[in-house]
Structure formats: structure tokens, C-alpha cells
Design a protein around this ligand. Structure first.
Ligand code: AP5
Length: 191
């Protein structure tokens, strides 16, 4: 199985690149942000609970997202592999993911970290905020909170996979095509 963690701060292009990678490599896309937003849309109790954290730009509790991923892995037993987008976001989530995959006789193949400068992240998110209904993109202070939480709580997840020799940094600056090409080269090198 090919299991990719697409990593990087808010606005680094994880969702955008995942859409293309799932087609090229025939993978299932698991985005915890997308799953949470769909729970929110359906007004489920999980969605309502998560909303409080998402609106503030804070992380939803680990147990909530770990259970969501566990369920999705079970629903996609026949998959060639997965792209994890926006997960794991804490070291506890990374350890839980490793254990879940081990229980299914597989593991993470590679973590690809999209590297984008702060100003570009802010520009991209504010721009999307004007066009989309994403409330967490519409306020500069919430965007700054999301980025600060990324540096404080999520960036250490890179060390977790670096210790397993699975981390590869990729420049996330430039056109969507250029970045996709860099990711494709890195993935093909693992096959
Ligand atoms: P989530 O949905 O994961 O949001 P995020 O990490 O903040 O990421 P984004 O979707 O904003 O950015 P992205 O890197 O995917 O970039 P994208 O491709 O969209 O999480 C939202 C919230 O849910 C969190 O704050 C948290 O509350 C909760 N949550 C989710 N997962 C969780 C977890 N595991 N644990 C706890 N809580 C969790 O691109 C952004 C914009 O840039 C787009 O408009 C795009 O068109 C544009 N763009 C992309 N690439 C380029 C490019 N090369 N050039 C110009 N523009 C570009």
C-alpha cells in the first residue's frame, strides 16, 4: 500500500495537491478538515462539538479525529493506499495512526512536507476567505492562530516521521503544476 501524509501549514496546498495525487496514484483522500466540515454541514453532534474549536482556529480533540480516521480506514479496506491531509496534527495523532496502520499490516510510506513562506499562506487564505464560505479564512487573527498552532503543536509531527527516515520537504511555492511535479518525483522515488 502507498500511504502518504501530506503535511504543511494552513494554506500550504495540501487539499489542492491531494486532489491531483489521488487521481495519479489511485489513492483514497482522507482530509480530517473536509470530514469535520461535512459533519458540521449535516449538523451532527460531532460537527457541532468540532465547530467550537474550528471557529477559533484551534485543534479539535485528538480522540475525535483519531476515531474518525479509524472509521474511514475500515470503510476503505480495498484501497490501494491513502493520502492523509491535515492528519496527523499532533504527536499523539501520529502515534495513533502508526498503531492503526500496524493493525492493518501497513504503515506510512512517506511524509511530504509542503514548505511555504508565511506571507504567501496569509495571502492565499485571505483570498479564499473572500470567495468561499470558510469562516476560519475570513479573519486575519484566526488565520494567525491556525498558523501559530501549526508551529506549536503540529510541526513536531515532522520529527516523528524524520526519526523513521520518512520525511521529505518539498517547496510549496510556485504554480500548482510545478509543485505537483515535485511531489510526483518524490513519490515515484519511494515506489
Ligand atoms: P483543515 O481543513 O485541515 O485546514 P488547514 O490545515 O487550515 O488547511 P487548509 O485547507 O486551509 O490549507 P491546505 O494546506 O489544504 O491548502 P489548500 O490546498 O486548501 O482544518 C480546518 C480545521 O479543522 C482546523 O483548524 C482544526 O480546527 C480542524 N482539524 C482538521 N484536522 C484536524 C486534526 N487532525 N486534529 C485536530 N483538528 C483538526 O489551499 C489554500 C488556498 O490556496 C486555496 O484557495 C488554493 O486554491 C490556494 N492555493 C493552493 N496552492 C496554491 C498555489 N500553488 N498558488 C496559489 N494559490 C494556491
Amino acid at each position: 500500500m502507498l500511504n502518504i501524509v501530506l503535511f504543511g501549514p494552513p494554506g500550504s496546498g495540501k487539499g489542492t495537491q491531494s486532489e491531483r495525487l489521488i487521481e495519479t496514484f489511485h489513492l483514497v483522500h482522507l482530509s480530517t478538515g473536509d470530514i469535520l466540515r461535512s459533519e458540521l454541514k449535516s449538523l451532527s453532534s460531532l460537527g457541532m462539538e468540532a465547530k467550537k474549536f474550528m471557529d477559533r482556529g484551534e485543534l479539535v480533540p485528538d480522540n475525535v479525529v483519531i476515531n474518525m480516521i479509524d472509521k474511514k480506514l475500515d470503510e476503505n479496506k480495498q484501497a490501494n493506499g491513502f493520502i492523509f491531509d491535515g492528519f496527523p496534527r499532533t504527536t499523539a495523532q501520529a502515534e495513533a495512526l502508526d498503531n492503526l496502520l500496524k493493525g492493518k499490516n501497513t504503515s506510512i510510506s512517506i511524509m511530504l512536507g509542503l514548505e511555504v513562506i508565511h506571507e504567501e499562506l496569509i495571502d492565499r487564505l485571505l483570498h479564499r476567505g473572500k470567495e468561499s464560505g470558510r469562516t476560519d479564512d475570513q479573519d486575519l487573527s484566526i488565520i494567525e492562530t491556525r498558523i501559530a498552532i501549526y508551529h506549536r503543536e503540529t510541526a513536531p509531527v515532522k520529527d516523528h516521521y524524520q526519526k523513521q527516515n520518512k520525511f521529505k520537504g518539498i517547496s510549496g511555492m510556485g504554480s500548482i503544476d510545478e509543485i505537483f511535479h515535485r511531489l510526483e518525483i518524490a513519490i515515484n522515488a519511494t515506489l
